[in-house]
Design a protein around this ligand. Structure first.
Ligand code: FO1
Length: 323
């Protein structure tokens, strides 16, 4: 079976471990979000791609959910001693090697998709990991504070501000000029099932869908498309998805997010431009009354408390997909 999943960072990676456990013989392609990417100290850092690679490759810090296990932060301490920041971004010593190798390859002219493939030779994540695009797309957040309106990089808003300053808008800089990375559109067209894990629907899944061609490819695929709600009972399971949803005017509820993605069977009402994406929307039992026009809704507990529970969630999503 060919499975294609759009994934962000920590939540998406945890879900993907359940996909691997539920379908040990499947060919899994992951289309990873690169909007979180940032250049620091001259190094290109790809948090969501690295989180998928480390989590499925066995190198992730289980405690943090990001970065490497057995990590140290000596270089970061030395940078701080020079007064060189930013202190709010945890730059691990082992993680640094990944950024050095990636930056060297990018500087030598290799596209990001080749860099990801090369890094995965070491980590063997057991999936084909594709960046959403080889062109740079960076999520920036427009905030208003005592310095007036300004844009900050998503990582600064997420890590330094803890999404505590309301986002007036969230912009995927460069998305309009980006093209899907090699293999992305085929992975959506040729899949037997397409999954939208419970990643952040705005800055992870939404950013991937913002690359021209990707949303249309999901809407057009002959494969069933099933999403899993990142919101349970009106609250974001992890991260600060609620702050992101508020920024785009979407209520923080399983139903609102499902309707934001849209049902594929929905007859677009007059004036609704975007095609719906979902054939199925898996929600938690507390949200069992969810209705998404054009999509079938199923309910079960959605907390990915351990691998067994995550695998059960994946199985429920596959059942909803009818595969
Ligand atoms: N998340 C944090 O909460 N604090 C950090 O200091 C931090 C550093 C970091 C370094 C490398 C990396 O790959 C991820 C890192 N993350 C950190 C996670 C990252 O900021 C977010 O997970 C994603 O960008 C949002 O999904």
């Amino acid at each position: 079976m060919k499975v294609t999943a759009l994934a962000g960072g920590i939540g998406g990676s945890r879900f993907l471990r359940g996909v691997q456990a539920a379908l040990p013989d499947a060919n899994i392609t992951v289309i990873g979000n690169t909007g979180d990417d940032i250049t620091l100290h001259g190094l290109r850092i790809c948090p969501d791609l690295d989180t998928v690679m480390y989590t499925l490759g066995g190198g992730i810090s289980a405690e943090r959910g990001w970065g490497r296990e057995d990590e140290s932060f000596v270089v970061a301490e030395e940078l701080a001693a020079y007064g060189v920041g930013p202190a709010w971004f945890g730059l691990g010593d082992r993680d640094l090697a990944t950024h050095l190798v990636r930056t060297q390859m990018l500087d030598a002219g290799h596209p990001l998709s080749d860099v990801v493939a090369a890094l995965c030779v070491r980590w063997q994540p057991g999936v084909r990991l594709l960046p959403m695009s080889d062109q740079r797309v960076e999520t920036h957040v427009v905030i208003e504070d005592d310095q007036g309106q300004r844009a900050v990089h998503f990582q600064e808003w997420w890590l330094r501000l803890r999404a505590g300053v309301p986002a007036r808008s969230i912009v995927a800089l460069g998305a309009e000029r980006a093209t899907p990375a090699p293999g992305v559109l085929d992975a959506l067209a040729d899949a037997d099932v397409v999954l939208l894990p419970p990643s952040n629907p705005v800055v992870s899944i939404g950013t991937i869908l913002a690359v021209p061609g990707i949303r249309d490819a999901v809407a057009a695929t002959s494969a069933p498309v099933v999403g899993v709600s990142p919101i349970i009972g009106g609250a974001a399971v992890r991260g600060m998805a609620d702050a992101c949803l508020t920024a785009i005017g979407v209520e923080t509820s399983a139903q609102a997010v499902g309707r934001h993605y849209g049902g594929r069977g929905r007859v677009p009402a007059a004036g609704t431009a975007t095609a719906g994406l979902l054939d199925g929307w898996l929600v938690d039992t507390v949200d069992a009354d969810t209705v998404v026009p054009g999509a079938a809704v199923a309910a079960r507990p959605l907390l990915m408390t351990d691998l067994a529970e995550t695998t059960a969630i994946v199985r429920a999503a596959l059942e909803l997909a009818g595969v």
